[in-house]
Design a protein around this ligand. Structure first.
Ligand code: F6P
Length: 384
C-alpha cells in the first residue's frame, strides 16, 4: 500500500508513475536551505554546521540551496549542494547562497507577472519533496518563515543579524563580529580625536535597536552613546562635552546608532515625523547631532560611518563556534523530525523557540536594564 499522502500528491499532479519514484525518494532526507535579508558574518559557518551534522549522521541526505533568499524559493532557483560545498567555509564571511531582501509586507501580493509568491514557494518545496526548509535570517525573514510554517511547510530557522534584535534569543550570530569591527573603528578614532582635541561621532549600524552601538560604544570607551531606545536631548549631550572640557579632556567620542532619535522627534506623531524627514537636510542623524554640537559649542566635530564594513569579513572566533553550535542543533532537530522552531540561545543554553513566538517581535534594549545603569555609573552619557 502506498501512503495516502503520496497517492494524493500523485493525483494532484496527475503523475501516477511518480508514486514509485516517491517511494524511493521518500527514504531520502531532503532539505532546502536559504539565507535571507542583510548578510552577516558566520552565515556559512551556520549552514556548514547544519549540513555536517546531517551528513555525519545519515548517508542519504540531499541538500538544495535556494539562491538569493526567498527569491530562489519563489522562482525555483536552486543548486544541489554536496559536503564539498561546505568544506572550507567556516571562516568565510557572506553567504555561499547569496541573499536578498524580500519584504514581508508585500510577500502576499502577486509579483509583477501576477505570480502568487507564497503559493510558488509552497509548490517548489513540494516539487522537490523537501522534508524541511532551513532558513537563516533576521526579523523580516522570520515573519515569512512563520507564514510558511502556517502554510504547512516544515521549517527550522537560525538567528542571524549584526543587530542582535531577534526575539527569543539572547544572541544572534554576526553580532559579536560586528561588535569587534565597530569597536576597532572607535579605537582608531580615539587616537586621532585625542591628537586633535576634536569631538568625534562614530555612527554604528542599527536602525531600530542599539545593541551594537551600546556594546561597541562601551568596548571602545565612548563618552556618549545615543540609542534608538533612549531618545536624547542635545543639550544633555552638549553638557557632557563641556563637562569633559572643564575636566581637561580635549576630546569626546560619541557612538550614535543609525536609529538614534531626539526627544523632540520621538514625541512627534507619525505624520509630523514623516514631514520632518521629507525635508531632512542631513545624510543621517549623526550629521544632525554634529551640526547641533558645532553650533552650540563652536567645537570641531567629525563624523565617521563604518557602514557595511560592520557586516563584512571573516566571522570572529566566538561567532564561528556559536554559529556552528546553532547549526548543529538545527541539524539535530531535523534528524529528530522536530520542526517549527528557531534555534536560539537563552541563559547560556542552546534552545528551540517556537517560530510563532519569534515572528514579528523585536528584542530592544530596556532603558532600565542593568547594563545601562552600569554604563551610567561609569560616566557614560546617553543624552537622557
Ligand atoms: O542587517 C541589518 C542591517 O545591517 C542594519 O544594521 C542596517 O541598518 C541595515 O541592515 C542596512 O541595510 P542595507 O544593507 O539594506 O543597506
Amino acid at each position: 500500500m502506498f501512503p495516502i499522502a503520496y497517492c494524493t500528491y500523485a493525483l494532484i499532479y496527475g503523475k501516477i508513475n511518480l508514486i514509485i519514484i516517491n517511494q524511493e525518494v521518500r527514504s531520502m532526507l531532503r532539505i532546502g536551505m536559504l539565507t535571507s535579508g542583510g548578510d552577516c558574518q558566520a552565515l556559512n559557518a551556520a549552514m556548514r554546521g547544519v549540513v555536517k551534522t546531517l551528513l555525519n549522521n545519515r548517508d542519504d541526505v540531499e541538500v538544495y540551496g535556494f539562491l538569493e533568499g526567498y527569491k530562489g524559493l519563489i522562482y525555483g532557483n536552486f543548486r544541489m549542494l554536496t559536503g564539498k560545498d561546505f568544506s572550507g567555509i567556516l571562516t568565510v564571511g557572506g553567504t555561499i547562497l547569496g541573499t536578498s531582501r524580500t519584504p514581508f509586507k508585500t510577500i502576499q501580493d502577486p509579483d509583477e507577472n501576477g505570480l502568487d509568491k507564497v503559493d510558488a514557494m509552497k509548490q517548489n518545496y513540494h516539487k522537490l519533496q523537501l522534508n524541511c526548509l532551513v532558513i537563516l535570517g533576521g526579523n523580516g525573514t522570520h515573519k515569512t518563515a512563520n507564514l510558511l510554517r502556517k502554510e504547512g511547510l516544515n521549517i527550522v530557522t537560525l538567528p542571524k543579524t549584526i543587530d542582535n534584535d531577534l526575539w527569543g534569543t539572547d544572541m544572534t550570530f554576526g553580532f559579536q563580529s560586528a561588535v569587534n569591527i565597530a569597536t576597532d573603528a572607535i579605537d582608531c578614532i580615539h587616537t586621532t580625536a585625542a591628537s586633535h582635541g576634536r569631538v568625534f561621532i562614530v555612527e554604528v549600524m542599527g536602525h531600530k535597536v542599539g545593541w551594537l552601538t551600546l556594546n561597541a560604544g562601551m568596548a571602545g570607551g565612548a563618552d556618549i552613546i545615543l540609542l534608538p531606545e533612549i531618545p536624547y536631548d542635545i543639550d544633555k549631550v552638549v553638557d557632557k562635552i563641556e563637562e569633559r572640557d572643564k575636566n581637561g579632556s580635549r576630546f569626546t567620542i560619541i557612538a550614535v546608532a543609525e536609529g538614534a532619535i531626539s526627544k523632540k522627534a520621538a514625541k512627534m506623531s507619525k505624520k509630523e515625523y514623516k514631514e520632518k524627514m521629507k525635508n531632512y537636510p542631513y545624510p543621517s542623524v549623526s550629521y544632525e547631532v554634529a551640526d547641533q554640537i558645532q553650533k552650540k559649542t563652536g567645537r570641531e566635530v567629525r563624523v565617521t560611518v563604518p557602514g557595511h564594513m560592520q557586516r563584512g569579513g571573516s566571522p570572529c572566533p566566538y561567532d564561528r563556534v556559536f554559529a556552528s553550535r546553532l547549526g548543529s542543533e538545527a541539524g539535530d532537530l531535523i534528524l529528530k523530525g522536530e520542526y517549527g522552531f528557531m534555534v536560539g540561545y537563552k541563559n547560556r543554553e542552546i534552545v528551540k523557540v517556537p517560530l510563532e513566538d519569534v515572528a514579528g517581535k523585536l528584542k530592544m534594549i530596556d532603558p532600565d536594564a542593568s547594563i545601562i545603569k552600569e554604563a551610567k555609573l561609569l560616566g557614560i552619557c546617553f543624552g537622557d
